[in-house]
Ligand binder design. Structure first.
Ligand SMILES: N[C@@H](CCC(=O)N[C@@H](CS)C(=O)NCC(=O)O)C(=O)O
Length: 202
């Protein structure tokens, strides 16, 4: 069975269980508080979440890799369209949710929550913040309707809207208005709401 290990309110693992809900896949959600226990670190030495186990000896880190894995193994699914231009845009934005958004937010969260008082403001922090803000403007410019790709939900909607949870929720930053409206639409989906409950408690 698919098992998703995550922080109890972690948005990256939420991506994965939300996708399971959209695809109708059975899964088990295992929640942790920070810091993860030694048993988890033995399974995944970097100690970050989410991590996904599945039948057939599968153990995979990285939330975006997990999303692509589920789409490939349990698809075909409209979440990863087959038409080349749609597929390309969905893949671009799904990867960007971590490579150009979430990955740059981690140093910002480190500075906000862990850095000593005198070291919270620095050049790297400003660089990451400006890069994320610029990417959000670009991503917003691609929103041409209710979804990022065509007329239906794809992995891109799941991946990007959950990154915005870190930007707004953990970092307290403003989300550009059309991305904020998209995020609200996403949060109204029954599959999103079921997934949020799965990781709302340890
Ligand atoms: N690129 C990774 C990032 C993983 C990551 O940084 N996860 C955060 C929680 S959302 C975490 O585990 N932070 C605590 C730590 O790294 O010790 C992914 O998408 O899975």
């Amino acid at each position: 069975m698919i098992t998703v290990h995550n922080f109890s309110r972690g948005v990256r693992g939420l991506r994965v269980v939300w996708q399971c809900e959209e695809m109708g896949l059975a899964y088990r959600a295992v929640g942790y508080e920070f810091p993860v226990p030694d048993a988890y670190r033995a399974k995944y030495p970097p100690g970050s979440v989410p991590f996904l186990d599945d039948e057939g000896g599968v153990g995979i880190g990285e939330s975006v890799a997990q999303m692509l894995y589920l789409a490939q193994r349990y698809g075909p699914t409209p979440l990863l369209p087959a038409a080349p231009a749609a597929m390309a845009r969905a893949l671009q934005l799904t990867v960007a949710s971590e490579a150009s958004l979430g990955g740059l937010m981690n140093p910002l969260m480190g500075a906000k929550f862990a850095a000593p008082q005198g070291e919270k403001a620095n050049w790297t922090n400003d660089f990451c913040e400006a890069r994320v803000a610029g990417m959000l403007d670009y991503v917003e410019s691609l929103l041409d309707g209710d979804y990022f790709v065509g007329e239906a939900l794809t992995l891109a909607d799941i991946a990007i809207s959950t990154s915005l949870g870190m930007w707004e929720g953990a970092l307290g930053k403003a989300i550009p208005p059309r991305l904020a409206a998209h995020r609200e639409r996403m949060q109204q989906r029954p599959a999103y709401q079921r997934a949020a409950v799965a990781f709302s408690a340890p």
